[in-house]
Design a binder for this molecule. Structure first.
Ligand SMILES: C[S@@+](CC[C@H](N)C(=O)[O-])C[C@H]1O[C@@H](n2cnc3c(N)ncnc32)[C@H](O)[C@@H]1O
Length: 223
């Protein structure tokens, strides 16, 4: 089966299920205008994030790696009026576009973008006693996915949801002999999740407009 077919199915299902949206289109246009990479989640994936956050009744959402704010808007839209989104982003230009995209979508007063290396921001959040968060979306530098998982977990409520993107990466996840530190890091992430009594996790393989990949969803269990 070809990638054209995966793309056609994404086009069809998104055409049926997801309405055109000026704020989301604006985030993508602003990202392109700023020369950011075309690596945001797809509309179907963005809506899945939104649905998971609503299922978790999230009032606090943490995003690690926001690019130009496309997924941030999907996540922020899951919040109730008193809810808050905190996006951690390394790159100053990405942080600027994210903040503008969120403001353009009407979340200027309920969303914050913290610029800098996410591991440092997470350590600071822990010192500040920030949270709790009921949803965390891990979508930054994939080699640090295990570190982000470990650093985010203490900030989370029981019943919260963790989603990590790009875990399968064309199946390279299982290429144990290949010299691929990212695949090794993602295996370590899954091993950590399996060993962590506080979470139950599963990984789902996906195909679509962005090719063959997959994501991990973890539920934070009350102990
Ligand atoms: C795949 S993109 C995020 C896409 C975004 N979640 C979306 O779907 O619209 C990854 C982002 O992580 C950021 N990033 C990379 N390393 C980081 C780090 N150490 N700390 C924080 N952000 C980082 C990149 O600058 C980039 O914007």
């Amino acid at each position: 089966m070809s990638s054209e077919r995966w793309r056609a199915v994404d086009d069809y299902t998104e055409g049926v299920l997801i309405e055109a949206d000026p704020a989301l289109a604006g985030a993508l246009a602003a990202s392109a205008a700023a020369g950011l990479a075309d690596i945001a989640v797809t509309p179907s994936q963005g809506l899945l994030l939104n649905l998971l956050a609503r299922l978790a009744r999230a009032t606090g959402i943490l995003e690690i790696g926001s690019l130009g704010g496309y997924s941030s808007i999907w996540l922020a839209r899951a919040l109730p009026p008193e809810g808050r989104l905190l996006a951690l982003e390394l790159d100053p230009e990405c942080a600027r576009v994210t903040a503008e995209s969120l403001a353009g979508a009407g979340f200027g007063d309920r969303a914050e973008v913290r610029e800098g290396p996410a591991l440092e921001s997470l350590a600071r959040l822990q010192r500040e006693g920030a949270g709790p968060f009921q949803m965390v979306f891990i979508d930054a530098d994939k080699r640090r996915t295990p570190d982000y998982f470990q650093a985010a977990l203490p900030l989370m409520s029981d019943g919260g949801v963790i989603v990590a993107d790009n875990v399968v990466r064309d199946g390279s996840l299982v290429d144990e002999d290949a010299d691929d530190p990212t695949a090794a890091a993602l295996r370590r992430f899954l091993e950590l999740a399996a060993a962590e009594p506080r979470v139950s996790a599963t990984t789902i393989q996906t195909v679509g407009r962005k090719g063959y990949d997959g994501f991990t969803v973890a539920l934070v269990e009350p102990l």
